[in-house]
Ligand binder design. Structure first.
Ligand code: ADP
Ligand code: MG
Length: 433
């Protein structure tokens, strides 16, 4: 069984971003100043993951009891002054790459105006598994062509323009031929990868209450952290890792994780710490913001095993953490990063983290630098751009002479004329061992 993994996010026109290509590696770090567009990249991932559910666009992007999935809802996704946004991604599965590219109009009506599911395969050339025709202004449906493997123009079927077309493939494309079943399979591969995106935006203020024990599937704001940790800890090995990670971060001597139970049977996580020669219970209510955020990140990392959707496709997990250093001492931030790297590798989870912490950047190894992208605003156009750190013309000078974190502090890293090939070649030279 092969894992379907997101390997690239594209934001050709999305919020402040223009023509941004973000490679997704095992640990992708998005660095940049305030307002440079880091969270807008995360919003792009949030939109993809919401669309994967296959519901109505309005419900997926603007609905739900937690409000819109991104700041400003669907309308906020269109770059200011426009009424549509574009985004896309590439997914890898069993050595093949599949791409999904979308354009969504936000007004006067929220609808897909173009969707393309395709792969480029060596000698066989490109296969357009699904491709929509230009919209008909008088219809709320789109005509979508599916690859039937025959000569000539692909046949068209009608699909709703208010729901991800790829998610409609399973019910609309006839499964009576091998080509039709292949379209179903490719759609499922891409949906598996994007539904494996989990965005964590822990809010410590919401984590200090008792929560029903059964409410254990960790939510984006981690308000049900206590219940989620309790479920995870019911597995002995996971409990060990949890405890060990807590110890590695905590200044205090932590001996145990337990749970307090309210009169209603709700739970709250308690860390047992040595204080004044005695073991004392510290409930979530009294924990620091940093500790709670750290526990939330740990819970997300240790959470459920990849789900297999079919015999051949396993869902790849992508954990996204905003401002990873938030609430932590610089030295703890680098410990956290180390732990994330090792646990993520062990459990085959990819992570994307945004940061503006210089010490965190300094804690990255040369090999990690390959997966650092820097968001910045173009001085002339004002749009956000995203560049690979190693493509910066002054990258070698920076890592050679000063620290990466220092350079970020003094804003010495600015994208210039990028000579990617030369930079890569030189990099390979330096890091080959
Ligand atoms: N729809 C939009 N069109 C153009 N620019 C936008 C849009 N939405 C937000 N922005 C810009 O993006 C900025 C916020 O970027 P963000 O990614 O949140 O920054 P950070 O790097 O600090 O996370 C806003 O200040 C605004 O300039
Ligand atoms: Mg931000």
């Amino acid at each position: 069984m092969s894992t379907a993994e997101l390997t690239e996010l594209r934001l050709p026109e999305f919020k402040s971003l223009r023509d941004a290509v973000i490679p997704i590696d095992s640990l992708t770090v998005i660095a940049g100043r305030n307002g440079s567009g880091k969270s807008n990249v995360i919003d792009g991932l949030a939109v993809l993951s919401a669309l994967a559910e296959g519901g109505d666009l309005r419900d997926s992007l603007d609905g739900g009891h937690d409000g819109p999935v991104v700041r400003g809802g669907s309308e906020g996704c269109a770059p200011l002054g426009t009424n549509a946004f574009q985004l896309g991604c590439t997914v890898s599965h069993a050595g093949s790459q599949y791409s999904l590219d979308l354009e969504i109009q936000v007004s006067p009506r929220l609808a897909i105006i173009s969707e393309h599911l395709w792969s480029s395969r060596g000698s066989a050339g490109r296969v357009d598994y699904l491709r929509s025709d230009p919209p008909d202004p008088h219809s709320s449906d789109l005509q979508v062509r599916w690859h039937n493997g025959k000569r000539g123009v692909n046949p068209a079927i009608a699909m709703r323009s208010t729901q991800l077309l790829t998610s409609q493939a399973a019910t609309r494309v006839p499964a009576t031929s091998a080509a039709g079943r292949r379209v179903h399979e490719v759609a499922e591969i891409v949906l598996s990868a994007i539904s494996g995106i989990f965005i964590l935006d822990p809010d410590p203020h919401q984590m200090r209450e008792y929560v029903p024990e059964r409410d254990a599937a960790l939510r984006r704001n981690a308000d049900n952290l206590s219940a989620s940790l309790k479920r995870l800890a019911s597995e002995r090995a996971v409990q060990e890792t949890l405890l060990e990670m807590t110890r590695s971060l905590s200044e205090a001597q932590v001996s145990e994780l337990t749970w307090a139970t309210s009169s209603l049977g709700d739970v709250m996580v308690v860390v047992k710490e040595m204080m004044g020669g005695q073991v004392r219970p510290v409930p979530a209510r009294l924990m620091s913001d940093g500790t709670l955020r750290f526990l939330a990140i740990t819970a997300a990392l240790l959470d459920k095993q990849p789900v297999s959707l079919s015999k051949t496709i396993q869902r790849g997990r992508l954990l996204v953490v905003e401002e990873i250093e938030s609430g932590l001492h610089p030295s703890q931030a680098s410990v956290l990063l180390e732990r994330i790297k090792s646990v993520a590798a062990e459990r085959n989870i990819r992570t994307v983290a945004t940061t503006h912490s210089p010490p965190l950047l300094d804690a990255l190894t040369g090999a990690d630098h390959e997966s650092v992208v820097v968001a910045s605003r173009d001085k002339t156009t004002g749009w956000s751009r995203v560049d690979r750190l190693t493509d910066f013309p002054d990258y070698f000078e920076v890592v050679g002479r000063t620290s990466l974190g220092d350079s970020a502090v003094h804003d010495r890293l600015r994208p210039g004329k990028v000579n990617a090939d030369a930079a890569r070649a030189a990099l390979a030279e330096i890091f080959k061992s």
